[in-house]
Write a protein that binds this ligand. Sequence first.
Ligand code: 13P
Length: 249
Amino acid sequence: MARKFFVGGNFKMNGTQKSIADIISNLNNANLDPNTEVVLSPPALYLLLTRSQADPKFGVAAQNVFDKPMGAYTGELSVEQLHDCGVSWALVGHSERRVILKEDDDFAARKTKAAIDGGLGVILCVGETLEERESGKTVDVVTRQLGAVASRLSVQDWAKVVIAYEPVWAIGTGKVATTEQAQEVHAALRKFVADSISPSVAENIRIIYGGSVNDKNCQELAKQPDVDGFLVGGASLKPAFVDIINARL
Ligand code: 13P
């Protein structure tokens, strides 16, 4: 079975009511590849606006979620609250949270489990720093990050996961991974899933690439056999996001 191409737009901490409404209106009116699943991830304050203004064919993702159901957790959002607001996805383990907010592998794993148990899909981000790549540790790092999540999920849970390979050195730097670098890591991740979870999960799971994807480099990356889509930061705020969604046309 062919894996459905998946493109996420991670707006990060960018945008206003006006600019986000403009991005959504542009997407609502664009001719988009019907074979691509598109998920929009605005800052939490704008999740409701995004859900109410975006065409229902678009999914909406929170950029973060907490692993507890409710209570005294100042500043956090629960899975149930996201669900209540029509948000059907959450990003987990983004490097900006791992590196800046010091979130560790097991926290990402607990959040992933909580999100899936509460009915959300998870875009699970993994990726190595430049230092880790240069010391030959890329595959060790991304499989360690994925392995922490694997230790908490059931085999069935993986149907709700999209893995995003986002090398930290490529995020927001304009330095995109080469098609070979991306394909190599995606293939290693798929092999890890086949060996440690199941061959059928490996066959079906989408592994998307993130890190300086733009309308110029997306087509070559999209041709790689193990690249099933993109997680786009900066370029998702621009009209050219449409060309990235349509990378396979
Ligand atoms: P950029 O596309 O801005 O490099 O960001 C990638 C990213 O971190 C998406 O989650």
